[in-house]
Ligand binder design. Structure first.
Ligand code: ADP
Ligand code: ASP
Ligand code: MG
Length: 416
């Protein structure tokens, strides 16, 4: 008898029919004789809709109240799925993150897990029940309800799997696994049978949302293999684990696209020691995740600094950047939301020089202008105009030999 954690994403539980389909799958797993912990996301676009609601009543939202609001999405799914399981004669009980002792720090909307107690989950499992847990949320050391960042139901699943010593952690989503690119953008993307944690971390860090980055981090640190698979076709998916890549694996595993970042440029910054610290320290204190940074060489004693960060953090950082720009005597600040990040990721890059140069050549041949560049040992990322993202991703996918023989063929569920 195995202990299985199953996580179902928003599209997989978007309406009552989907919740019934998921309940059938949980019931099959339980009747097979396994113990099951289920983690659920909010239904469909429920989280986006709650954010829209908040935007209509408040400009500057308190993190505490936002977390009170957003956690209701997952709680709704957990209760509904539990009722659907009861309907099938399966004993089940729903819990919030707080009830199962997911203890976090106090950073509302971006909380980090400090500890997973899990006593009530253990108790329910020992009573033969399925424990259905609302993902994405915990309770802080100050006893407040917290959320752990967009997509963090994945993290709830890998954290519970680690804490409960589960035999498997299945991440059910709306595509059939992890692909060499987002199949919604590159139809010729190829399904990867397995991906090493390190590559998956780079892919998630570069903005691939198929797995939330911290869920991969947690899974790697606690050696919990993740099985990413479809809740629509139920076929075998992709294993994300510690297994070392073999010699035959391609140098590049994937092309990652990300439209969620914005670029900020501070113009006419005095070229003196301390200005970068003056700019980025307050952003760090406000928990803004600055990604790429480019500083031009100075002419006439001033320089320009550009950086990218999540669009979602824009409201918070705007006033900070404006204030710092004034205090250091910079000329002006500009924003650009119309950018995309395209990255190549592959463990083989370490031993294969020239990947970045080839990437830039492919982009040049397609008339794509590169605005910023950053690299790690197994990743090259560029910022380009948003309108050229598809062209860039598809051309790179073809040029690096990643195209599969046919287009993605499973249904791609619409996100409602
Ligand atoms: P869930 O609600 O199940 O958590 P997400 O929307 O967070 O689902 O993640 C699944 C989506 O991730 C897919 O629908 C797909 O468009 C996107 N995606 C991005 N990159 C990849 C990739 N490399 N492989 C598969 N899917 C990807
Ligand atoms: N519902 C949350 C979100 O939309 C968490 C998740 O789905 O993982 O970000
Ligand atoms: Mg997700």
């Amino acid at each position: 008898m195995a202990l299985i954690v199953q996580k179902y994403g928003g599209t997989s539980v978007a309406d009552p029919d989907r919740i019934n389909a998921v309940a059938d799958n949980v019931a099959i797993t339980k009747r097979r004789g396994d113990d099951v912990i289920v983690v659920v996301s909010a239904m469909g676009k429920a989280t986006d809709n709650l954010i829209l609601l908040a935007d209509q009543v408040s400009k500057k939202q308190s993190g505490r109240e936002m977390d009170m609001l957003l956690t209701t999405g997952e709680r709704q799914t957990a209760a509904l799925l539990t009722m659907a399981l009861h309907e099938r004669g399966i004993e089940a009980i729903s819990y919030t993150g707080s009830q199962v002792g997911i203890i976090t720090d106090t950073a509302h909307r971006k909380a980090k897990i400090l500890e997973v107690k899990g006593d009530r989950v253990r108790e329910s499992i020992s009573q033969g029940k399925v424990a259905v847990i609302a993902g994405f949320q915990g309770v802080s050391t100050a006893k407040e309800i917290t959320t752990m960042g967009r997509g963090a139901s994945d993290l709830t699943a890998s954290a519970l799997a680690g804490a409960m010593n589960a035999d498997a952690c299945e991440i059910y989503t709306d595509v059939t696994g992890v692909f060499s690119a987002d199949p919604r953008i590159v139809p010729r993307a190829r399904k990867l049978a397995k991906v090493h944690f390190d590559e998956m971390l780079e892919m998630a860090g570069a903005g691939s949302k198929v797995l939330a980055m911290r869920s991969v981090e947690f899974a790697r640190n606690h050696d919990v293999p993740l099985h990413v698979r479809s809740a629509f076709t139920w076929e075998q998916g992709t294993w994300v684990s510690n297994e070392e890549p073999s010699m035959e694996d391609p140098i590049i595993s994937g092309v990652v696209t990300d439209m969620t970042e914005a670029k900020v440029t501070v113009l006419g910054v005095p070229d003196t020691p301390g200005v970068s610290a003056a700019l980025f320290e307050p952003l760090a204190d406000a928990n803004v995740n600055v990604d790429m940074i480019v500083q031009n060489t100075s002419t006439d004693g001033t320089t320009d600094i550009s950086f990218t960060m999540p669009m979602a953090d824009m409201a918070e950082s705007e006033s900070i950047v404006q204030r710092v720009a004034e205090s250091i005597g910079a000329t002006s600040v500009t924003h650009n939301d119309d950018i995309a990040k395209v990255s190549l990721v592959g463990a083989g890059m370490k031993s294969s020089p020239g990947i970045a140069a080839r990437m830039f050549r492919v982009l040049a041949d397609n008339d794509v202008n590169i605005e910023m560049i950053s690299t790690s040992t197994i990743r090259v990322s560029v910022i380009i105009p948003a309108g050229q993202m598809e062209l860039a991703a598809r051309s790179l996918h073809t040029a690096f030999g990643l195209d599969s023989g046919s287009d993605y063929s499973a249904p791609l569920p619409e996100r409602k």
